[in-house]
Design a binder for this molecule. Structure first.
Ligand code: NDP
Ligand code: MG
Length: 413
């Protein structure tokens, strides 16, 4: 493969000299604390209190777990997006309620991202809802440890503009396992050394299912990922391979390589988390068990040395087989759609992201078949694409308008 021109400067700290000084004990604001990434992050804090302190915890509606986390980690601020749950949250907090500030809606949680006292935002809200807090944090020069890939898929050009053109001194650290793997493999190398970035994909639960047998897949089957334990939305995205589509777009923005220099490879074991192909023929990969705590710990501790944690390691007393297979683009069309979105620019990735958010929820609510999810997004792209990229406020407005329109199109299967 020939090297095509690099498109833009990376959004991550590569080279590393740009990274801001942070205190010895880093104060974390955890957005999406009750989810899969959120609880994994808290495991790291639990095992490394000398490195991290939680100062804020935010969730959508799970007041039971949020109250429990608050009692254990004693943050200064907590918040729940569903404000109707505040009385229940206070009740569950008991005496602890008087020791913590409670924020009671989306707007104040989002405002904390720019105004709050913290060093790193862990962005682990699921879906488009994560965008505003990521945007606010970057606008006010914060470090964002990014799991919420939907924000960069929906608004990569906006985040780039904030970081590079407005020269806000904010930084993004990748937490997604593939992007963390690339980030780790690239350390010490310059972009001219690199030929391509190779994203690995497990292939999800239907890698070996014939297309004809995929007509009646139910949510329970699609949620059963063979390797990873994750939230519901990303589990469905992995089953359709939309997750890899989003990760391709995420790679483009985070690392600044052209779409032709980003490859996708199926690796069913999920041990090699991604690879960098260098120009001299060498390839560097990052290997670890499928446990996000490895990548989260690397991200929130960057650029310090690795923390010592008792997370599971690869067990080489057992034989290992690592397979790598080409992606079947006909069976899993989502990755090709992502490439098209990057080539088209404008609002394409935003439409792909919004339509997928709606289609996945509709599938989980049994209003759409599994095999309709990707075509639904494709159809939305063909109808709602326009070549002009939107600014932040117009993006929020467009989301309201498009979501209402797409939801009205859903018909029961
Ligand atoms: P989960 O569904 O497990 O968790 C989502 C979290 O977001 C929950 O804490 C939820 O709260 C919270 N939340 C939802 N809406 C809001 C809101 N409006 N305001 C505040 N909090 C809100 O998802 P995951 O942890 O699996 O994924 C989170 C993000 O990380 C996704 O973007 C995903 O793509 C990405 N990611 C996840 C990986 C994984 O292994 N899980 C790997 C790589 C990336 P509540 O519980 O109250 O609903
Ligand atoms: Mg990933």
């Amino acid at each position: 493969m020939s090297i095509s021109p690099h498109i833009h400067k990376p959004l991550i700290p590569w080279p590393e000299s740009d990274f801001p000084e942070l205190p010895e004990v880093r104060r974390l604001a955890l957005y999406g604390s009750t989810g899969s990434i959120g609880t994994s992050t808290l495991d790291i804090v639990r095992s490394s209190p000398q490195n991290f302190k939680v100062t804020a915890l935010f969730a959508g509606s799970n007041v039971g777990l949020l109250a429990e986390q608050c009692r254990e980690f004693r943050p200064e601020v907590i918040g729940i997006a569903d404000s109707t749950k505040i009385p229940e949250l206070r009740k569950k907090l008991g005496e602890c309620a008087s020791e913590v500030e409670i924020l009671g809606d989306d707007d104040s949680i989002t405002a904390y991202a720019s105004e709050g006292t913290y060093d790193i935002q862990v962005a682990a809200i699921v879906g488009f809802s994560g965008l505003a807090s990521v945007y606010n944090a970057l606008c006010s020069g914060r470090v964002v440890a990014l799991a919420n890939k939907e924000s960069i898929v929906a608004a990569g050009h906006i985040l780039k503009e904030v970081l590079q053109e407005r020269e806000a001194c904010g930084t993004i650290l990748p937490l997604d396992s593939e992007h963390s793997a690339l980030f780790q493999a690239l350390r010490g190398y310059s972009r001219d050394d690199v030929q391509s970035l190779i994203l690995t994909a497990s292939g999800g639960p239907f890698l070996n299912t014939a297309t004809e047998q995929m007509a009646n897949i139910c949510p329970e089957q699609a949620l059963k990922h063979p390797r990873w334990s994750m939230g519901r939305k990303i589990s469905i995205d992995s089953a359709t391979m939309m997750n890899k589509a989003f990760e391709l777009i995420e790679t483009y923005w985070l690392f600044g390589f052209s779409e032709q220099n980003i490859e996708v490879l199926i690796h069913p074991q999920s041990i090699v988390h991604s690879q960098v192909q260098f120009r001299d023929g060498a390839c560097l990969a990052q290997l670890s068990p499928p446990d996000m705590r490895v990548q989260i710990a690397f991200g929130i501790n960057f650029p310090r040395t690795r923390i010592s944690a008792n997370f599971p390691t690869l067990d080489y007393t057992q034989p290992y087989t690592l397979e790598f297979l080409p992606l079947d683009n006909e069976k899993f069309e989502a990755v090709s759609l992502a490439r098209e979105c990057l080539r088209s620019g404008g609002n394409a990735s935003l439409v792909l992201n919004l339509a997928n958010d709606i289609a996945v929820q509709a599938f989980l609510d049994e209003k759409l078949r599994f095999q309709q999810i990707v075509p639904f997004a494709k159809e939305a792209l063909s109808r709602h694409y326009h070549s002009q990229a939107l600014n932040f406020n117009d993006t929020l407005e467009f989301k309201e308008h498009l979501s209402a329109e797409l939801e009205s199109k859903l018909v029961c299967p």
